[in-house]
Design a binder for this molecule. Structure first.
Ligand code: NAD
Ligand code: ZN
Length: 431
């Protein structure tokens, strides 16, 4: 049984390393961000459970030679932000700037940046790679060895994965992109230049959820003729449905219990079938729709959603940090020999995991945070060719100052909210 207690008070000495000193490995170094205290910006800050507040902050400046500073034009709220919003993820501290899905215009360029100039429009990857370590050389940028100093993560997982923008001190304590300006380290690798005539709403999701949806189909090896079942009709799940069809899947089935989201996916991704798990068991629904079960099952939900009291109680008592029920449902529904792709975020330990189904049914399970940089050139091309339309999931565009409201409607699933994009006031958004 894990003794680890998740929450902002856990083991803060190691995770805050980045705030104190330069992280140097054999592959490069990252210095804690410096700021210009004479110039202020607005940023959405985490100040506790369900508490996002706009704060005035000093503007970040080029700190390492490979940095750029981006003037943010569009920045989203991601399902992963909800884990932080609900204080389910360890390592948050008051006044942390939120946001890992963002794009904008290059405002300042470090002397070692080779391919970017002031004024370029760029999308930033939510994962921060160094480009030099053994993982980055293998395009596993979200597993970068250089950019995350968290001792807590090393203790929990045996290794440190990549630093992520605005995603707790477990992943480096970087300030996020829900702000007027953001620093992007190793900028040649971690930004994608986008054409001046492509609207923000068509390219912003390359920063995370479109790349993640594609990653889900890569992990599940979705190909011609496959039947794909997707748990979670949020932005990631909906775009995974779109990507599955783009890769030749013959049938895509989405599972959720929020009626407007199930209707939304049917409207936006023609051909999708749906199961409302509050109306019938998922197993029964899948049996009706496909004889042997899906070839591929994609988990696009994540650990903070929990439907059974058994797991709610175990989590409340700190007997586990994550529920196993969705994964167990997936393991029992996917066909024998099937492929399971987990992109929904899990953070720690779970009880009652059906290891037997995994082994005896001969299943392949793959998981992980997305290496956006591996996919985004290809995905940009698919958008330009009209083969992917990521913007269909965007239901709300608002001023960054309205971030607290954006979080509330996205978390509560009110006002028909599927995906929120925010724009700092006066930013040069391409409409
Ligand atoms: P979201 O919260 O909007 O979507 C989750 C959906 O799952 C919701 O519609 C919810 O109603 C549904 N759901 C809840 N319980 C369910 C259940 N038992 N069965 C089926 N559906 C259920 O979030 P999103 O932006 O779509 O993100 C989805 C997940 O992907 C999150 O966990 C997020 O952290 C993760 N994510 C991972 C990566 C990565 O790199 N791996 C990147 C982005 C997001
Ligand atoms: Zn995300």
């Amino acid at each position: 049984m894990p003794s680890t207690k998740f929450g902002p008070t856990t083991d803060m000495a190691s995770p805050t390393l980045l705030a104190n000193k330069t992280l140097t490995t054999g592959h490069g170094s990252i210095t804690p961000s410096e700021h210009d205290s004479s110039r202020k910006m607005k940023a959405a800050a985490w100040n506790g459970k369900k508490t996002i507040e706009m704060e005035d902050r000093d503007i970040p400046v080029v700190t390492d030679g490979t940095d750029v500073i981006v003037q943010v034009t569009s920045t989203c709220i991601c399902g992963s932000d909800l884990h932080l919003y609900l204080n389910a993820m360890p390592g948050m501290q008051k006044h942390d700037v939120m946001g890992h899905e963002f794009m904008g215009v290059v405002h300042d360029v470090g002397p070692e940046v080779k391919n970017l100039q002031k004024g370029d429009r760029v999308v930033a990857a939510f994962d921060i790679g160094c480009g030099n370590c053994v993982y980055c050389k293998d395009q596993q940028f979200s597993l970068c060895d250089t950019t995350n100093p968290s001792g807590l993560q090393e203790k929990l997982y045996g290794h440190r994965t990549a630093g992520l923008h605005g995603y707790s001190h477990l992943t480096g304590g970087y300030e996020g992109g829900q702000a007027e300006y953001a620093r992007v380290p190793f900028a040649d690798l971690n930004t994608l230049k986008v054409p001046n005539d492509m609207p923000d709403r068509k390219v912003i999701l390359l920063s995370d959820v479109l790349s993640t949806a594609w990653h889900a189909t890569e992990l599940g090896d979705v190909h011609e003729g496959d039947i794909v079942a997707i748990w979670g009709a949020g932005p990631v799940g909906i775009l995974a449905a779109q990507c599955s069809f783009a890769r030749g899947a013959k049938q895509v089935i989405m599972i959720d219990n929020v009626p407007f989201r199930l209707q939304f996916v049917k409207d936006k991704v023609p051909g999708v079938q749906t199961i409302n798990f509050s109306e019938k068991s998922v197993k029964e629904g899948l049996n009706e729709l496909c004889e042997h079960g899906p070839h591929v099952a994609i988990e696009a939900v994540g650990f903070h959603y929990c439907k059974s009291w058994t797991h709610k109680i175990q989590m409340a008592l700190m007997l586990e940090t994550d529920p196993s029920e969705m994964l167990n449902e997936i393991l029992t529904c996917v066909r024998k020999g099937g492929r399971v792709s987990i992109v929904g975020v899990y953070a720690g330990f779970t009880n009652g995991f059906n290891i037997g189904a995994l082994m005896e049914k001969g299943l392949t399970v793959k998981a992980g945070q997305t290496p956006c940089q591996k996919y985004w050139h290809h995905l940009l091309k698919l958008i330009q060719e009209g083969k992917l339309q990521p913007e269909v999931v965007i239901t709300h565009e608002m001023d960054l100052d309205e971030a607290p409201k954006g979080y509330q409607i996205f978390n509560d699933k009110t006002d028909g909210c599927v995906k929120v994009v925010m724009h700092p006031r006066g930013a040069p958004v391409v409409a």
